[in-house]
Design a protein around this ligand. Sequence first.
Ligand code: KG4
Ligand code: ZN
Length: 379
Amino acid sequence: MLVLGIESSCDETAAAVVANGERICASVVASQILTHEKYGGVVPELASREHLRAIEPVVDEACQQAEVKLRDVDAIAVTEGPGLIGSLLVGLVYGKTLALSLDKPLVGVNHLEGHIHAVVLQNKTDRAAGKVVAEASLPAVTLVVSGGHTSLFHVASSAMNAEQKPFHYRQLGRTRDDAAGEAFDKVAKLLALGYPGGPFIDKLSRYGNPHAVDFGRINMRGNPLDFSFSGLKTAVLYQVRGTELAREAEARRTWRRTLDKPALDELRGQCSQSTLDLIASFQRAAVQDLVERTLAAAEGLHVDNVFVTGGVACNSLLREQFVDRCGREGRQIFFPSPALSTDNAAMIAAAGYYKLLAGQRAGVSLTAHASFPLDVEQN
Ligand code: KG4
Ligand code: ZN
């Protein structure tokens, strides 16, 4: 079954063709980084406009790369939420229109469910390519960590029942304020490192001392599997405000305007050792919190498989720490490749495939939801 996936929940317009939920025939992502860069964050109105411009060429490109015509596709899967409403509507209406005009089945996919399926898709792709990797089987404790989300789920496969729910999701915790990626991006914006900030912080942290600033542990009242990153972000602000680091950041901001894309070494050359130490210490505190809460959930639920997905899953320290801790605790850790960790449509097509297999179909009433919890009620 060839599924065309469409994703437009935030600032990437993406289309992909995936065969049988396991073989990526094409995956095309049009990024809007250049549009939003000067604002240091996604501007919703601009994002919708860019999606409108990109959706048709991106879908065409995916079909061309997969060497299929739209009429050869067996079904269409489209992100229905959560996300920016204007952005979501562009992909959703496009997908719905294709499905209606070509008379193909349509299914709506939760963006978070897509991120979770990216792990399974990666694992299937690796195994099909002959890589010796364990099977990413369920149940799994899953951390979805990106610019918009930081949530923990217990994911299980459910025996097909009357409601035909192929996967069973139970939310264990969520961020109460900023998503982890948002904190990375805001700290990078404060220090004028570049946009989006996560990859810059990741790379520059290698040159800093992660123990230079002790941010302490993040304490959570109530559910210990919830997250909170706004306090850590504010603690970084207090380290910077009114100090030499702030003046240095302003100088860097001016310098950055003169360059399109500075090389990492050039950017590093514009950062004092104190700035690099602060960046590395922030990253360590954020990563430690993500790793500890996720593994506490796995331990509490006696689950041996851990999935980590979403844009922040690209972070090298996060990967290192999860691999190290899981190795010592006898758990299996699974990540998608970086390209499948950040927003893409292959994950939407893969998640949609299982829903289609289970007989789920969306009608013309399918609509976008800015907020769209992923749990057993909905799936
Ligand atoms: O999954 P994604 O593409 O979009 C959302 O659904 O939010 O994630 C984007 C986020 C951004 O906040 C970006 O800074 C972060 O992922 N990110 C990283 C890294 N690569 C991307 N954060 C930390 N380290 C990275 N290497
Ligand atoms: Zn995402």
